[in-house]
Design a binder for this molecule. Structure first.
Ligand code: ADP
Length: 992
C-alpha cells in the first residue's frame, strides 16, 4: 500500500518528529513522503497532516498486525498440514505449506536448502523451491542442485553463528548479491536452520518486487515454519530409508532360492517369500499360506503324519532355537519335493518367531542318484574287469595247461638229447613264468573285487620254512650268493593261519632278493612273539639282500600296483610289478605290516610282521633249526626229477570229461601212470550217458567245467538226477581252468566232491586220486600187478628200446613227451582195457551203433596214443561209418579191426612180460624196516645227509613187496617233501 503526504506547512522539527514516528510505527510498506517545501504552510495544515499521518500510522499498524496474524495462521496451517500429511501426499503438502507461508509473508519465492558434505566439502543442496507465479517468474530450482560453500566461505561461518541475512539485495555484500540477484530478487531473508544444534541448512524467503526488511515477527514465524518443513523433510527421508531397507529385505527374501516362512508361537504362518509361489506352483503367497498342509503328502516317507512332524519341529525350534531336518513337500500338482528345512528362532516384536527355510533337494538328490548310478556303473565295470581278468586267466590257463603239463612230462624223462632238454626247459620255464603272471593278475583282480580271503588252517612251521627255502634256493643258480637262514629255536612248531599265502609272501620277497642280487648273501630271518592276553602269535620275518638296492624316492612307489622301479637298471629282470602290491595286501589281510630299508647299490631289507594263532606250546628246537640250516646247501645239489610215485590202480576206472582234446591227453597222460582205466568223453551229455549206461562202473569222474552245450555243472546235476545209487554216489572232481575264489564252494554245492584247477598240479591230482579213487581193499588183491608195473617205473630212467610189432613206439613215446613210464602205463592200460571195448564192439547192432562210435572213437585214440597207426586208421574209419549210421560198412570191416587189435594186444603183453624179466638188482621180499625208520627220523629232523644215506641203501635192492613205496619215497625226497615222507612212513609202520 502506498500513501503520499504533502506537508509544505510543517516545521522542520515537526517533520523530523513525524518521520521518527512513522519509522517507529514499524509499518514496513508505509512511506510518508514529506515535502520540505510544505514547512512554510500554516500550522493547521501541519496538524491536519499530522492527524492524517497518525491515522495512516494507525491504519498501517493495524494492517501490520493483521498481516502478522495472517502469517501466524498461515504458519499454523502449514504446520498442521506437514504434521498430518502421509508419505504419498508428502510432496503436495510441502508445496502447500510453502505456498501458505509465501502468501502469508507476501514473498515471491521460498527455498529450503540442506547442507551436505560432498567429497569432504560442505555444499548447499536445494531441496524445495516455491515460486508464487510460475508463469511469470523464473522457474523453481530443481531439487538436488548443488552449490559449494567455498565459493563464499564467509557465509558458512556466519550462518553457523546463527546470523540471519535480511534486507534489500542491493544493500547486501557483493558476493551475496551475485547469489541472490538471480530470479530478480529485490529483497531476501536467509534464515540458518539448526536441528539438534547442528547446522542443518537454510530457508530463504525472497521478495522480487519491493525492497524491504522482514520484521522480527515475520522472521520468527518463518523460522518456525521452515523448521517444520525441515522436520517433515527429515521424516520423509527416514521413511524413504526405512522403505528402501524394507524393499532390500524383500528383494533378498523374494529372490533367494530358498522358500522362507515365518511362524508364530500359535504355529500360524504369518509371512512367506515369493519363492514359495514358484516352488509350490501357486497363484500367490496367500494361497500358499492358507493351504500350507496341502503342500506335503499326508505321510512322510518314514511313515509319520506330516502335520505332526510340522507341529513337533516348530515346538522344538521354539524351545531349542535351531533345527535342520529333511521333509517331503509336494507342489500343488502333487509333484513330490524333498526339502532340507532349517528352522531358526529369531526375536520379533518382544517375542520370538521361527523362520523356516526350505531348500529344494531334488537337484541334489538327482545328482546323488547320478553319482550312485555312476558308482554302480563303475562297480559293474570293475566287476566286468575282474570277470574279464578271471575269464582271461581261464583262457590263458587252458593253453598253459598244455604247455606246462606236456613239457613237464617230457622233462621228467631222462632220455632227451641236450638241445631238446634245453628247449623244453625254456618252454617249461616260460610257461611257469606266464602262469605266475596270470596268477598275480588273478590275485590282483580278486583283491580289487574284495574277494581275496584267507583260508586258515594248522600248519607245521619247519615244513613251511623248508618249502620256502627249497622253492627259492634253486633260483640262485650259478650266482655267487650265499643263502643264510636265521630261525629262532623257540619258533612254535605249529601255527594256525593261511600257510599258502605266507609262502606266497615270503616266496615273492625271497625271489625278488635273489632276482635283484648278483652276489653276496640273501638272508631269511624269522622271529615270533606271543601276545600275552590272547592266542595271537606275531611273526616277524625279514629278507635281507646285498643286491642293487632301491632309491629312496622309489621306496614309496614299491607297493603300488604295476610299478616297477629303476626300470633301466632292471631291464633284464623279469617281473610285472604286481608282486609287492599283492604281498602288501596279503600282509594287511593278516593284520600285518611290511616295511623296507634300502641303500641304493648296497642292498635291501624287507620286513613283514603278521598275526597267526598259536596251536600249542611246542617249539621247533635247536636240532630242527640246525637241520633246516644245513639242508639249504645240500638242497642245491638235488637233481630235478619226477616228483611223484604213482599208486598202481588197474582196478580203478575214471571218466574224464573235457571238450578240449589236448587237455584230455594231458589229463590222461598225468593219470595214466596209475594204470587206471581212463575213459574220456568230450561232452557233458556223453558223460551223463556213460554213467546212465552203466556199461563201465567208474570210480570217479573228472569233469571239465566249461564245455559247449552242457557244462560240467549241468552234466553233474543230470548225473545226480539219474536216480541210481551209483550215479548219486560217484565222486565227481571238477577240472577247471578258472581258479576264481569261491569256485570251490560253488562246485561243492553243486554235487562235486573236489576241485582241481588247471594246469593240474600232479601232487594235488595224486591227493585227489588217493582220496576219491583209491580203494585199499581192491589194491590189496592186485598187489602183484602193482609191483609188476612199478618195476617198469623203476626203469624209467633207462635208455630202453621198445619194440612191438604193429606199434610205432617212437611216435607213441613222443606223444607222452618221451615219458617211458607214462607210455608203458598207457600200453598196460591198453592191454587191460581194450578187451572190454572189443567185446562190446563185437556185438554191434543198429541200436548200439552210437555207443560203438564212442567205443571205436576211444579205441582209435588209444591206438593213436600208443602209436598203433594201422589199427588207429582202421578204427577211425569204423568210427566215421558208425557216426554216419552206416551199419553195413561197420559190420563189413569190424572183424578185420578186431583181429588186428587182438594181435596187437598179444604183442604188447609179450613185450611187457619180457621187460619184467630184465630186472637185475638183488631181490628182497620187502624193504628193510630199520632203514625205513631211520629215513623217517631223518625226515622229521630235516637231517638231509641221513635222508640221503637211508634212501641210497633202500634203493640198492628190488623188492617183491612194496617196490612202489621205494619209488614213491625217492620222488618225495627229491622234491624235499620230507614231512609227507615221514607221515607216509608212520602209516606204513602201522600197516605192516
Ligand atoms: P616284480 O614282479 O617286477 O619283481 P614286485 O612288485 O615284486 O614286482 O617289485 C616291484 C619292483 O620293486 C621291482 O620291479 C624292483 O624294481 C623293486 N624291487 C623289489 N624287490 C627288490 C629288491 N630286493 N631289491 C631291489 N629292488 C627290488
Amino acid at each position: 500500500m502506498r500513501s503520499g503526504v504533502t506537508g509544505d506547512t510543517c516545521t522542520k522539527a515537526l517533520l523530523d518528529e513525524l518521520r521518527r514516528l512513522v519509522e517507529a510505527s514499524e509499518v514496513g510498506d508505509l512511506c510518508v513522503v514529506l515535502d520540505e517545501s510544505s514547512v512554510s504552510k500554516g500550522e493547521s495544515e501541519a496538524i491536519r497532516l499530522i492527524n492524517a499521518a497518525i491515522g495512516g500510522i494507525k491504519k498501517s499498524t493495524e494492517k501490520a498486525l493483521t498481516r502478522r496474524d495472517n502469517l501466524i495462521i498461515a504458519g499454523n496451517e502449514a504446520a498442521q498440514l506437514l504434521l498430518t500429511t502421509d508419505e504419498e501426499k508428502y510432496e503436495a503438502s510441502m508445496h502447500s505449506a510453502m505456498e501458505l507461508l509465501g502468501y502469508g509473508v507476501d514473498a515471491d519465492r521460498i527455498c529450503i536448502i540442506k547442507n551436505e558434505k560432498i567429497d569432504g566439502e560442505w555444499h548447499f543442496v536445494f531441496q524445495y523451491e516455491w515460486v508464487r507465479d510460475p508463469n511469470t517468474q523464473e522457474a523453481a530450482v530443481s531439487k538436488g542442485l548443488v552449490y559449494p560453500y567455498d565459493l563464499n566461505a564467509e557465509w558458512l561461518y556466519r550462518f553457523r553463528q546463527g546470523e540471519i541475512i535480511n534486507g534489500p539485495v542491493q544493500s547486501m555484500a557483493p558476493s551475496l548479491q551475485m547469489f541472490l540477484s538471480r530470479a530478480e530478487r529485490k529483497s531476501a531473508l536467509l534464515i540458518p536452520l539448526f536441528l539438534q544444534e547442528r547446522f542443518w541448512g537454510l530457508a530463504s524467503f525472497s521478495d522480487c518486487v519491493y525492497e524491504r526488511c522482514f520484521s522480527e515477527d515475520e522472521i520468527n514465524i518463518l523460522r518456525s515454519g521452515a523448521l517444520m518443513m525441515v522436520s517433515a523433510i527429515n521424516q520423509h527421508e527416514q521413511a524413504a530409508e526405512i522403505h528402501e531397507a524394507h524393499q532390500r529385505t524383500r528383494i533378498l527374501l523374494d529372490s533367494m532360492p530358498y522358500t522362507c516362512h515365518l511362524w508364530n508361537r500359535d504355529q500360524e504362518m504369518f509371512d512367506c517369500n515369493e519363492e514359495n509361489i514358484r516352488l509350490f506352483k501357486v497363484r500367490d503367497k496367500t494361497e500358499f499360506r492358507d493351504n500350507f498342509p496341502s503342500f506335503s503328502p499326508e505321510y512322510q516317507p518314514d511313515g509319520r503324519l506330516s502335520c505332526e512332524v510340522v507341529s513337533g519341529v516348530l515346538s522344538t525350534a521354539f524351545a531349542e532355537g535351531h533345527l535342520v531336518f529333511e521333509f517331503m513337500h509336494q507342489a500343488s500338482d502333487g509333484t513330490p519335493i524333498p526339502c532340507e528345512i532349517t528352522l531358526v528362532r529369531v526375536p520379533y516384536a518382544n517375542d520370538y518367531v521361527v523362520a523356516a527355510y526350505a531348500r529344494d533337494l531334488r537337484e541334489q538328490k538327482r545328482m546323488m542318484e547320478e553319482i550312485e548310478r555312476s558308482r554302480a556303473q563303475l562297480e559293474a565295470a570293475s566287476s566286468a574287469k575282474s570277470d574279464f581278468l578271471a575269464s582271461m586267466s581261464h583262457e590263458m590257463r587252458t593253453p598253459l595247461n598244455a604247455v606246462i603239463g606236456l613239457s613237464e612230462l617230457s622233462l621228467a624223462h631222462g632220455t632227451l638229447d641236450e638241445e631238446t632238454f634245453d628247449n623244453l626247459e625254456k618252454i617249461y620255464n616260460a610257461g611257469a613264468l606266464l602262469l605266475n603272471i596270470v596268477n598275480d593278475i588273478l590275485d590282483i583282480s580278486k583283491i580289487e573285487a574284495g574277494k581275496l580271503e584267507l583260508i586258515p588252517g594248522e600248519y607245521d612251521t619247519p615244513s613251511l620254512i623248508n618249502d620256502i627255502v627249497s622253492q627259492n634256493v634253486f633260483r640262485i643258480g650259478e650266482k655267487p650268493i650265499e643263502f643264510v637262514l636265521d630261525i629262532s629255536a623257540d619258533t612254535p612248531a605249529t601255527l594256525y593261519g593261511d600257510d599258502l599265502r605266507i609262502k606266497q609272501i615270503l616266496n615273492n620277497l625271497l625271489s625278488n632278493a635273489i632276482k635283484y642280487s648278483k652276489q653276496g648273501a640273501v638272508e631269511l630271518g624269522l622271529r615270533t612273539e606271543r601276545a600275552e592276553d590272547s592266542d595271537t602269535v606275531w611273526v616277524t620275518a625279514w629278507i635281507r639282500d646285498t643286491g642293487i638296492g632301491i632309491r629312496p624316492e622309489d621306496i614309496q612307489k614299491l607297493f603300488s600296483d604295476y610299478s616297477q622301479v629303476d626300470v633301466k637298471a632292471n631291464r633284464k629282470v623279469e617281473g610285472t610289478g604286481l608282486g609287492l602290491a599283492i604281498t602288501k595286501k596279503l600282509i594287511e589281510l593278516m593284520d600285518g605290516t611290511i616295511s623296507v630299508e634300502s641303500e641304493y647299490g648296497k642292498g635291501s631289507v624287507f620286513t613283514v610282521r603278521f598275526r597267526q594263532r598259536s596251536v600249542n606250546d611246542s617249539t621247533i628246537g635247536e636240532s630242527v633249526v640246525n637241520n633246516l640250516k644245513s639242508f639249504q646247501y645240500s638242497d642245491r645239489k638235488r637233481k630235478k626229477g619226477s616228483r611223484i610215485n604213482y599208486l598202481k590202480m588197474q582196478y580203478a576206472k575214471v571218466l574224464v570229461v573235457d571238450d578240449n582234446m589236448t587237455n584230455l591227453d594231458v589229463a590222461k597222460g598225468l593219470m595214466k601212470p596209475y594204470g587206471m582205466q581212463i575213459d574220456c568223453v568230450s561232452s557233458g551229455a556223453a558223460a551223463v550217458h556213460r554213467i546212465a549206461a552203466r556199461e563201465t562202473l567208474y570210480d570217479a569222474i573228472f569233469m571239465d567245467h566249461m564245455m559247449p552245450e552242457m557244462d560240467g555243472i549241468e552234466a553233474t546235476q543230470k548225473i545226480r538226477e539219474l536216480g541210481t545209487e551209483y550215479a548219486e554216489k560217484i565222486p565227481v572232481i571238477a577240472l577247471t581252468a578258472n581258479a576264481v575264489l569261491g569256485n570251490e564252494q560253488m562246485f561243492l554245492e553243486n554235487g562235486f566232491q573236489a576241485f582241481l584247477s588247471k594246469p593240474i598240479d600232479i601232487m594235488l591230482l595224486d591227493a585227489v586220486i588217493r582220496q576219491w579213487v583209491r580203494d585199499k581193499d581192491r589194491e590189496a588183491t592186485q598187489r602183484c600187478d602193482e609191483d609188476h608195473s612199478l618195476l617198469a617205473e623203476a626203469m624209467e630212467g633207462e635208455n630202453m628200446t621198445i619194440e612191438i610189432p604193429g606199434v610205432d613206439t617212437e611216435t607213441g613215446l613222443d606223444r607222452f613227451g618221451g615219458n617211458t613210464e607214462t607210455y608203458i602205463s598207457v600200453l598196460q592200460s591198453f592191454v587191460d582195457n581194450t578187451p572190454a571195448i572189443m567185446n562190446r564192439m563185437r556185438k554191434v547192432s543198429a541200436v548200439s551203433l552210437p555207443d560203438y562210435a564212442i567205443d571205436v572213437h576211444g579205441l582209435k585214440s588209444a591206438c593213436g596214443s600208443i602209436g598203433a597207426d594201422s589199427a588207429m586208421k582202421k578204427a577211425k574209419r569204423q568210427e566215421e561209418w558208425a557216426k554216419a549210421d552206416d551199419l553195413g560198412q561197420v559190420l563189413e570191416y569190424n572183424q578185420i579191426l578186431l583181429d588186428e587189435v587182438e594181435v596187437l594186444l598179444e604183442d604188447i603183453c609179450l613185450w611187457l612180460l619180457d621187460r619184467e624179466n630184465r630186472n637185475t638188482k638183488p631181490r628182497l621180499s620187502y624193504p628193510n624196516p630199520v632203514l625205513l625208520s631211520r629215513l623217517r627220523q631223518s625226515c622229521i629232523e630235516f637231517e638231509i645227509d641221513g635222508v640221503d644215506k637211508a634212501m641210497d641203501e633202500l634203493e640198492s635192492s628190488d623188492y617183491d613187496q612194496d617196490a612202489s613205496l621205494i619209488i614213491w619215497l625217492r620222488k618225495k625226497v627229491d622234491a624235499l617233501e620230507l614231512q609227507e615222507v615221514a607221515e607216509q612212513l608212520a602209516k606204513y609202520d602201522l600197516a605192516s
